[in-house]
Design a protein around this ligand. Structure first.
Ligand code: ADP
Ligand code: ASP
Ligand code: MG
Length: 450
């Protein structure tokens, strides 16, 4: 195993010149950091997604393009020698302009990925130049040269063997001489088309890259000093967790804790790479270590919230005492590449939630063709505006008594679906979006503050 560390900086960490300078200081502080993975500057991906969805109004389109230029200009203006970086960034902005025009005529997932990737392509030009000006021997690397994925635009899957082989050829040798700065979130398919790993995908990229180069550590620098007992924006009294196991942190990420992309810990776990999460604004505050072995495994560890849930309920009297019904349902879902998240069943009905959405955003939809095929089998009801609340902990399916505490705290809430038992690490349920934060706050007070 190499001795080097991979550091990932999220959007707010590279939001502007000052923020990028803090990242450079963090990189300088750890001589083992040989590889830096950066997100787009804060807000940029949202602007690009709007353009990619197709903005017909030309005034709005140029407004968005101006905002993009301003974000990057503000960094360029503070660089000592911005000539090359400005020319690189402006070349990308020209691409954004033409792609945005194309999207206003006909949007597509492939075009979206090409367009939204421009955020990371620009931020890495700026960060590399800033680091060079501080005396760091930095080199920018286009991660699309090695981060091979399939062609599932908007939520591409990495091709692990190829990534590893390509990283060995070109990325690892470069890291011997330079601190390499590269893009999170983006990759390319076998034909060389740009792809993305889904919103928030830079964490996942960083973990995939750390795995490919056999890094000894992965740091995720963000805007909070570690993983908290719940999103500190929802519960003021949420507190940071010093150490957490891979399984608990994976559950948190999967259940919507935005702090980590859901797939981030899979590569780290495969290669047993310890992950650190900290704040680039306040690195001195420390953060959370995610490891295999942890000292404490409390019954309740954290609460996570995932909104934009779509619940599908399928009902059919034919299901009663019949076999093969669920197999047929899942055959249809698989055919349409619909991934199911949670599921509960009764004698004649099954409720399921659709897996989260891709780069273009919004609630996951049940495609019309899939719905039509399901309707030949059963009745189909689709509900939106739901959020999933997850209580994460240890040995939950083997412990007694706590369900009473959880459910009596929630006695005023209408719980739409409850899932419990399959995993020892969680108990989760769906509630209406309008009360979801309140449910988290009440549970946090009861289970974590007393
Ligand atoms: P980045 O741009 O660095 O990737 P994100 O915005 O994706 O940052 O993730 C950081 C945010 O995640 C925090 O600002 C916080 O609001 C949110 N968050 C959600 N759940 C948690 C949690 N359990 N602990 C800490 N932060 C959380
Ligand atoms: N820039 C991308 C996003 O905003 C990826 C990331 O930041 O992780 O979703
Ligand atoms: Mg993120």
């Amino acid at each position: 195993m190499s001795s080097f560390n991979v550091a990932k900086f999220g959007g707010t960490s590279v939001a502007n010149f000052e923020a990028m300078s803090r990242c450079a200081a963090i990189i300088e502080n750890n001589p083992n950091t040989k590889l830096v993975v950066s997100s787009a500057c804060s807000g940029v991906t949202n602007l690009l997604v709007e353009l990619a969805n197709g903005v017909q109004d030309q005034v709005r389109r140029s407004e968005l393009l101006t905002q993009l230029a301003q974000i990057h200009d503000s960094v360029l203006e503070q660089l000592e020698d911005a000539t090359q970086a400005a020319s690189d960034v402006y070349e990308i902005l020209d691409t954004v302009t033409s792609l945005a025009e194309a999207a206003s005529i006909q949007a597509s997932k492939k075009l979206t990925d090409h367009l939204v990737a421009c955020g990371e392509l620009m931020s890495t030009h700026l960060l590399t130049q800033l680091m060079k000006e501080r005396g760091i021997n930095a080199a920018r690397f286009d991660i699309r040269d090695i981060l091979r994925t399939d062609s599932n635009f908007g939520r591409a899957e990495p091709e692990l063997e190829q990534i590893k082989a390509l990283a060995k050829q070109s990325l690892v040798p470069l890291c011997q001489d330079f601190v390499v700065v590269t893009q999170g979130f983006i990759g390319s398919d076998a034909e060389g088309n740009t792809t993305t790993l889904g919103r928030g995908g830079s964490d996942y990229s960083a973990a995939l890259i750390a795995e490919a180069v056999e890094a000894s550590g992965l740091e995720i620098w963000t805007d909070v000093p570690g993983i908290y007992t719940t999103d500190p924006r929802i519960a003021q009294k949420a507190s940071p967790i010093a150490e957490i196991s891979f399984s608990e942190a994976s559950e948190m990420a999967n259940f919507g804790a935005k702090i980590l992309h859901p797939s981030t810990l899979i590569p780290a776990l495969r290669h047993d790479i310890p992950v650190f999460v900290g704040s680039s604004k306040e690195p001195e505050k420390g953060g959370t270590w995610i490891r295999h072995q942890v000292e404490s495994s409390p019954l309740f560890r954290a609460l996570a919230l995932r909104c934009n849930q779509t619940m599908v309920t399928l009902r059919s009297a034919k299901m009663f005492h019949a076999y093969g019904f669920l197999a047929k349902v899942f055959e249809i879902l698989a055919k349409h590449k619909i991934s199911v998240d949670l599921i509960t069943t009764s004698e004649i009905s099954v409720s399921l939630t659709l897996d989260q959405t891709d780069t273009s955003g919004g609630a996951p939809q049940l495609p019309a063709e899939a719905r039509a095929e399901l309707e030949e089998l059963c009745s189909v009801e689709v509900e939106h505006n739901l959020c999933l609340v997850a209580l994460i902990g240890n040995n939950m399916s083997g412990s007694k008594g706590y369900a009473k505490q959880v459910f009596s705290t929630l006695e005023d809430f209408n719980l739409r679906m409850i899932c419990y038992g399959a995993s020892p690490h969680n108990l989760c349920f769906l509630v209406n979006e309008s009360v979801a934060k309140q449910a988290i706050q009440k549970l946090h007070t009861e289970l974590f503050e007393k």
